[in-house]
Every structure is written in C-alpha cells, then in structure tokens.
Design a binder for this molecule. Structure first.
Ligand SMILES: Nc1ncnc2c1ncn2[C@@H]1O[C@H](COP(=O)(O)OP(=O)(O)OP(=O)(O)O)[C@@H](O)[C@H]1O
Ligand SMILES: [Mg+2]
Length: 208
C-alpha cells in the first residue's frame, strides 16, 4: 500500500500559526527518519480581528461558504476564542448559535441546522484513542460540518483534507485575535478561497 502522505501534512512543532508569505502560500515538510522532505504546499490566510463580534462574523462567513461534508480543526490556547468561533460557525450554517457551548461533559455535541454542526472538544481526552472511540469518521462523512476544538491532539484521526484555524491572542490588545487559516487539501482550499472572497466583499478587517 502506498504511504499515506496526508498523515504527515502538519506544520513542524512550534510553527503552528506562523504567518504565510504575502501571496498566501507556505511550504510543508515531511519528516522521515529525521530527514525533512518537501511534500507539498499549504494554502494560508491570516486575519486580525478586533473583538469577539468580529470573530463570530468571520466564522459565520466561513459557515455560509461551507461545502458538506467538511471538517474544521480549531487550535489555540485556553480562552483564545475557539468556542466563540464555533458559535459564529453555527450561525452561518443556520443552526442556533446560543446553544453552542464548550462540550464539557459530552465530547461531541450535534446542533441541527440548515447544515448540521458536529462540535467536538478534544481537550478533556486522556488519550487520542478515546477520540477514535467516538467514531468520528462517521460524523465526518455526514452531510454537515464537523468542528474539532484542540484538534491538533487527535491529528491522526482527522481526514487529510481539513481546514485548520489557529487563534492567537495579542498581549497588548485583550480583545484582538490573530486568526490563521491553513487548508490541508483541495476541498479546504476551495472553502478558504470562498471565505476569503466573501470576507473581502464585506469589507472585513485586513487579511494577509
Ligand atoms: N476577538 C475575540 N474573539 C474571541 N473571543 C474573544 C475575543 N476578544 C475577547 N474574547 C473573549 O475571550 C473568551 C473566549 O472564550 P472561548 O470559550 O470562546 O475560548 P476557547 O478557546 O473556546 O476556550 P477553551 O480552550 O477554554 O475551550 C470569551 O470570553 C470572549 O468574549
Ligand atoms: Mg472552548
């Protein structure tokens, strides 16, 4: 069987959230036996938002542009705004955003909508294998959007083609966030291009 290169489509440790060049393209590496080999490119886009309302609006725009099924991974430190982002995404999918909270007890919540949202939170998992026990691929294949908070912890169980969203805080501006999108395959690239276009048409805050 050919090697599954998609499994190695990750940013090197410490590079998550690193900005792409101005043309929106960055490079990715595969580590094999310690060697680094260029295996592909990731499509990236970074937006700086000023407040939670803008985070929700950006996420809503993303929801409105979703193809189904799609998978989104949300990465970022505690309190970065992953659940806030998920709320906006729910609104964009025609689900009720007020219902969206961190899935504290259940590890996955389903929100019915025009397009259903499946909301996973990998934070409280003891091991990545616990995630596999939820049967995530069954959700990923349904005609909805799956969002996985702390998804970098369960990389090996994610579909290769997913959109990764990394939220970073700004030490000097408590309500600002840097939101970086990285597309991991052709479907997530289309999604990224669509949200970028729609955001620019709305006159949203600057991206690069
Ligand atoms: N620009 C912003 N975008 C998102 N949240 C913001 C922003 N500015 C301030 N906040 C605040 O930061 C908090 C983010 O909380 P949220 O639960 O969304 O984070 P989280 O990343 O899901 O946290 P956790 O890792 O605990 O699940 C909220 O109180 C929100 O109001
Ligand atoms: Mg959360």
């Amino acid at each position: 069987m050919p090697e599954d290169f998609s499994r190695s489509w990750r940013l090197p440790a410490g590079k998550a959230g690193a900005g792409p060049k101005a043309d929106g393209w960055g490079t990715m590496e595969k580590r094999a036996g310690g060697a680094r080999t260029l295996v592909g490119q990731e499509r990236g886009w970074t937006v700086e938002v000023r407040d939670p309302g803008e985070t929700e609006r950006l996420a809503r725009t993303l929801g409105q542009a979703a193809e189904v099924p799609s998978v989104l991974v949300l990465t970022g430190p505690l309190g970065a705004g992953k659940t806030t982002f998920s709320r906006g995404l729910a609104a964009g999918l025609g689900a009720d955003p007020s219902q969206v909270h961190s899935p504290t007890f259940a590890l996955v919540h389903e929100y019915p909508g025009k397009v259903p949202l499946y909301h996973f939170d990998a934070y409280r998992l003891a091991t990545a294998a616990e995630f596999a026990d939820l049967g995530p691929e069954e959700y990923f294949d349904r005609p909805g959007v799956s969002v996985v908070e702390w998804g970098e912890r369960v990389q090996e169980y994610l579909p290769p083609d997913h959109l990764e969203v990394t939220l970073a805080l700004d030490d000097h501006k408590p309500n600002a966030r840097r939101i970086r999108f990285a597309a991991r395959g052709p479907k997530s690239e289309r999604w990224l291009d669509a949200v970028r276009r729609a955001w620019e048409e709305q006159g949203g805050s600057c991206g690069s």
